[in-house]
Design a protein around this ligand. Structure first.
Ligand SMILES: [Fe+2]
Ligand SMILES: [Fe+2]
Length: 323
């Protein structure tokens, strides 16, 4: 079988795993323990499935902030815009501004030239640009902007996961699967939100903002999703049953919508669901995110519990309580 190293190949056509094994034998156990965490064996097809997604990301154009600023300046009815979309834009501006600083290097050590490094090279500026654009939008419609999170803060669970990943190749693969699966679920949430926000813009006559901001952001999120989901799908194919079970248990029991993990953020996220969904107690976005989790994480023939729906409904209940 052609086996290729994915997570750390230094930008070269990756070497065969067999050569890597020989090298590790030559250099002894100590080198193995220091370096093995970054080696994930993929077949050639699996490797190039991810390569195509990264390549598509690298070719795309970033959001044009000048075009966005000009469109924002031409919003006629700021009050109506704020009333319909204010909570959603406030939530997404905060998440976009903070998400790129989540200490990914600590969580999942990587090279700048491997797939993860190349993905982040596009993804971080994309998400930061989405945050800046919505900051300008909030300022224009007279709504407050969230203070930026400390970019140097590393959440304790990321630190712990990073330590385990450095010690063990099996743990590194589990962390990578969890990171890419959660990334896919969160990107799908963003796609749904920006799609709905574009629709509402058109309903209230703000077509230009839909076309300059929300639709292009949705397209970016779609390419991010393509990368995360493809990477996780390839990992799923090589994970041992116990590794997949560990990731499944982690996500089913701890997943929360991006930016709504803390109790104080859950009500504001519920407000977004109230603003964007026709039936907030049964939000349509829950089913599509659950489908991604099902494809990536479920054991063959089993159905995951409806944890996405439960999480979203809890946020809506908190928003209704706070109203
Ligand atoms: Fe984004
Ligand atoms: Fe994204």
């Amino acid at each position: 079988m052609n086996t290729l190293r994915s997570a750390c190949h230094g930008g070269q056509i990756p070497s065969r795993l067999g050569r890597g094994r020989a090298s590790r034998r030559r250099h002894g156990r100590r080198i193995l323990r220091l370096s093995c965490c970054r080696i994930i064996a993929l077949t050639r097809d699996q490797y190039f499935a991810i390569e195509r997604r990264v390549d598509a990301l690298e070719r795309k154009r970033p959001l044009d902030l000048d075009v966005v600023a000009a469109a924002i300046g031409r919003i006629d009815n700021r009050e109506l815009f704020g009333a319909r979309l204010g909570p959603a834009v406030r939530y997404s501006q905060r998440v976009e501004a903070d998400v790129a600083g989540l200490s990914i290097h600590t969580l999942l050590p990587h090279s700048p030239n491997d797939h993860i490094g190349r993905f982040l090279e596009v993804w971080v500026p994309d998400e930061s640009g989405h945050g800046v654009a919505q900051e300008v939008l909030l300022d224009h419609i007279g709504l407050p902007i969230s203070p930026p999170a400390d970019p140097d803060h590393v959440p304790p669970h990321n630190r712990v996961a990073g330590v385990f990943g450095r010690l063990s190749r099996h743990a590194y693969t589990i962390v990578s699967m969890a990171y890419h699966s959660i990334g896919a679920m969160n990107e799908r949430l963003a796609i749904g939100a920006y799609g709905q926000m574009a629709r509402i813009c058109k309903e209230i006559g703000a077509d230009e903002i839909a076309d300059a901001l929300f639709t292009p952001m949705r397209a970016d999120e779609s390419l991010h999703l393509g990368y995360y989901r493809t990477y996780a799908m390839q990992l799923r194919a090589i994970l041992a049953g116990w590794q997949l079970a560990a990731v499944r248990a982690l996500i089913v029991h701890t997943w929360a919508p991006v930016g709504a993990g803390a109790k104080e953020d859950r009500g504001p996220f519920g407000e977004v669901i109230l603003a964007l969904e026709e039936d907030p107690e049964n939000p349509s976005i829950a089913a599509v995110i659950q489908d991604i989790a099902q494809d990536l994480l479920a054991k063959d023939g089993e159905t995951l519990p409806p944890f996405v729906h439960d999480q979203l409904r809890n946020c809506v209940a908190l928003a209704r309580e706070a109203a």
